[in-house]
Design a protein around this ligand. Structure first.
Ligand code: G4P
Length: 527
């Protein structure tokens, strides 16, 4: 019989981090396909184009054709329950994308073999690093000519500061792509460009097995054997501990579109990736195997259904088991509440959940009671660590056009910042005080304007500001005092912390040089 502990141990909750166009949708489709969650690979993408009919939640989304609704995809593969957290990447890139990563126990970094480490991947990687979660790497599009694998590994080290261990290695690339060699299981998987789903697997004694000449082009074989030797001599050793602490990334090569190398990655991933891990709280770490149910809200999504103006709060279950209708404590509000009809997400269809376990994500109907970072617990009162804010990249000063609407405007701003759609700052010691909104993706400004108008009946005026960087500042009191006196462009965040705004890196670096005793943090965690 499966116990609730077995259920938790079978969970793998992860996010795929990548730059747009690296193949995240394609890879996700193939994974769901393996799990039988979709019938044919291709339907996720198909849905991306057609789903507006069922889930268009606001005009902007419809006009722009942006998907915001596929937040979590859950599927089973063998005995595992796998939750893939979606990290929106195109125009809808926002702070939500970062925050979603706090709900993941590991991440898969997807890299286009021709492009290497790109800007958005780098940003998302840094967020994963804050919690030292294990990071798996899938280097995609091997069916096309890409960059030298060694060069890609070196780039990961230089740009991301992570060492890598290739779990498999490509033999040839592009037109010459012959397949991959699995270094752990010592087998070759052969690529057939005319029929990619026909993967032939050959067990070998190692890269120098004489039998290899029977199915690999001799010139490619020689190069492959040299590369393997180089890897054995100069590469990092396989070390699970370093993988689990996020210091070493296991690297897989493949072609998502051809569904080649995907299963190899998935099998290794499932063996190595952690089951739900303990989470820090104000009473110490909370183990997922604690008998008591608990969870935290990491994302709030508004108006999925325009008729009801409802919100969905996404809760990551951190310990124990949820059962339908159970009563829990809303720790911040110090009140107990019944979780009536949470939904779970199976390849984008919303279902009512009857039970769920640590590692799962459930969607709670939110009439306005939740804030990002809220803790729910069965009995004990404790709070999970605060959810960090990350440096916005676009800023605007904001005022309401009609002073009569001031109250509802303030309420709306407050609500939207609690949902995490925007960050709200106030100018520091400046009269008259200005309210400044910071966002990570510019689309959020449109969302803000639309929602304030439609939900709070407040027309706003926005004046774009030249900043592109925010830094949370900390350091010895004396230095802080001097900084507060001298530095211009200072604001305070929602919790009154001092934040400095800069137009660009150059300006920020000049300031850093001037105040060597102060620390400039990219996030409100001050890490
Ligand atoms: P994203 O979600 O990361 O933005 O990427 P997506 O999966 O949409 O893939 C981006 C493009 O890369 C798509 O081509 C997709 O077909 C292609 N692609 C994904 N994996 C591979 C691969 O392994 N090899 C090759 N050669 N291409 C791959 P597109 O032309 O933009 O779209 P489509 O018309 O093919 O759908």
């Amino acid at each position: 019989m499966t116990t609730w502990k077995d259920e938790i141990a079978s969970r793998k909750t992860f996010a795929i981090i990548s730059h747009p166009d690296a193949g995240k949708t394609t890879l996700t489709e193939k994974l769901l396909y393996f799990g039988g969650a979709i019938r044919e690979a291709g339907s996720v993408k198909g849905k991306k184009n057609t789903k507006h009919a069922t889930s268009d939640w606001m005009e902007i989304e419809k006009q722009r054709g942006i998907s915001v609704t596929s937040s979590v995809m859950e599927f089973r593969y063998r005995n595992f329950h796998i939750n893939i957290l979606d990290t929106p990447g195109h125009e809808d890139f926002s702070e939500d994308t970062y925050r979603t990563l706090t709900a993941a126990d590991s991440a898969t970094m997807l890299i286009d073999a021709a492009k290497g480490v790109e800007a958005q991947t780098k940003k998302l990687f840094k967020v994963c690093r804050l919690r030292s979660i294990p990071i798996f790497t899938f280097i995609n599009k091997l069916d096309r000519q890409g960059r030298d694998p060694f060069e890609l590994m070196e780039e990961m080290e230089n740009l991301l500061g992570i060492r890598s261990y290739p779990m498999n290695w490509p033999i040839g690339m592009g037109r010459d792509f012959q397949g991959i060699y699995d270094r752990i299981n010592k087998k070759i998987e052969l690529f057939d460009p005319d029929n990619p789903s026909n993967i032939q697997v050959k067990e070998v004694s190692g890269p120098n097995d004489p039998v290899l000449v029977d199915f690999i082009d001799p010139s490619l074989l020689e190069q492959f054997q040299e590369e393997m030797e180089l890897l054995d001599v100069a590469g990092d050793a396989y070390d699970e501990e370093r993988i689990l602490s996020g210091e070493l990334t296991p690297v897989f090569f493949g072609s998502a579109i051809s569904n080649f190398g995907v299963q190899n990655y998935l099998e290794h991933f499932l063996k190595l990736a952690p089951a739900p891990v303990p989470r820090e709280s104000d009473i110490g770490p909370i183990s997922p195997m604690d008998g008591e149910f608990s969870g935290f809200v990491f994302k709030i999504q508004a108006n999925m259904n325009p008729k009801h103006r409802d919100r969905i709060a996404f809760l990551r279950i951190t310990s124990g088991k949820y059962t339908q209708g159970m009563s829990v404590r809303h720790v911040r509000l110090e009140k107990s509440m019944r979780l009536a009809q949470p939904t779970q997400f199976l390849a984008q269809d919303r279902n009512i959940v009857k039970e769920a376990y640590a590692g799962d994500i459930i969607g709670l109907f939110d009439p306005g009671t939740f804030r990002i970072g809220d803790t729910l617990a069965e009995r004990t009162s404790f709070s999970f660590d605060e959810m960090p804010h990350f440096s916005p990249e676009h800023f605007t000063a904001i005022t309401v056009k009609d002073a009569m609407k001031h109250k509802s405007f303030e309420k709306g701003l407050q609500q939207l910042s609690e949902e995490g759609a925007i960050q709200l700052f106030h100018t520091y010691k400046r009269f008259p005080e200005l309210q400044i909104v910071g966002v990570i993706g510019v689309l959020q400004f449109e969302v803000l304007e639309y929602r304030l108008k439609n939900e709070y009946h407040a027309d706003i005026k926005m004046e774009s500001l030249p900043y592109s960087i925010a830094r949370w500042i900390d350091g010895p009191e004396k230095d802080m005092e001097l900084f507060k006196q001298k530095q211009k462009q200072l604001v305070t965040d929602r919790d009154g912390r001092i934040v400095a705004l800069f137009d660009n890196e150059f300006q920020m670096n000049m300031t850093k040089d001037k105040y060597p005793n102060l620390s400039f943090y990219e996030n409100s965690y001050l890490k």
